[in-house]
Design a protein around this ligand. Structure first.
Ligand SMILES: [Zn+2]
Length: 279
């Protein structure tokens, strides 16, 4: 090879190296915040889908955290009309439904997320045989699917098979959400996450809450949150006065404060779409 050609090649190589190594990062990268650098782009829209008005308290700090970087929507499946408590003494029915709506709106404000969406299914629908179970669930599934289409979330958060406390409504709303995504094959657009405690995390709460858990190995998504996020969650918890006494709220808040790890875990529902002949 003539020397001139070799020199030209060398110059081209040096220019190429300069372009690759020495150039500025892409403008898009320059604007990325820490969240983006650590975990990829944050979701544009997050939908938290739960059974009762107050279930959002389970993951309050995570909702508060994402409120500043994403559109965060809370969807409440049932009307909460069976949430009768000894201290509030509000009978089951319309007045309790109205109060729990106001409490949930208050909770969303305190978390800094969008106003809640109520799907108004009858409370207790997970209890098989309650009222018109099959009609209720069919209607709820339709309303839930319509809400997902309306909000176009990138991420959905809901209960896993343990249903947090094992409440049948909790398990059911997680199942219905998962069923809809499987039915419609929306996994290319939506990441579905099931929330779960680790076994160790459940020990900070009273045993009679009956909390379920998943093994730490499968809880691959770890969301840490700040003291400010936690404070917002505490403020939102205190909106639910018809459900918790002052003492219960104080004890709950103290249990959370004692746990300084400030982290909640989720598991992404992953679907294998490669078709095989055999197991
Ligand atoms: Zn609940």
């Amino acid at each position: 090879m003539p020397l001139k050609m070799k020199t030209n090649k060398l110059i081209r190589l040096i220019i190429l190296l300069f372009l690759v190594v020495g150039c500025d990062p892409l403008p898009e990268q320059k604007n990325m915040d820490m969240e983006s650098l650590l975990n990829g782009k944050p979701p544009k829209t997050i939908m938290a889908i739960f059974a009762h008005p107050d279930d959002e308290t389970t993951i309050g700090p995570v909702l508060a955290k994402y409120a500043s970087i994403s559109d965060v929507h809370l969807v409440v499946a049932t009307d909460g009309s069976f949430g009768v408590t000894n201290h509030a003494k509000i009978p089951a029915g319309d007045s309790l439904i109205a109060i729990r709506k106001i409490e949930t709106e208050c909770a969303c404000r305190e978390l800094g997320i969008k106003p809640p969406h109520f799907l108004e299914a009858k409370d207790g629908l997970g209890l098989n045989g309650h009222n018109n179970f099959y009609d209720e669930v069919t209607q709820l599934k339709k309303r839930l699917a319509d809400k997902i289409i309306e909000l176009q979330p990138d991420v959905i958060l809901t209960f896993g098979p343990d249903g947090d406390t094992g409440h049948p409504d909790h398990r059911l709303i997680g199942l219905l959400t998962t069923e809809i995504l499987l039915r419609e094959s929306w996994f290319d657009k939506i990441d579905l996450y099931h929330f779960a405690w680790t076994k160790e995390q459940t020990t900070k709460f009273p045993k009679d809450w009956g909390l379920g858990w998943a093994h730490e190995k499968v809880l691959h998504t770890k969301i840490d949150f700040s003291a400010k996020d936690e404070q917002m969650a505490f403020a939102s918890l205190q909106c639910h006065q018809s459900q918790f006494t002052k003492q219960e709220m104080t004890d709950w808040i103290q249990a959370e404060k004692n746990d300084t790890t400030n982290v909640l875990y989720f598991r992404k529902f992953v679907v294998d779409t490669i078709r095989r002949n055999g197991f």
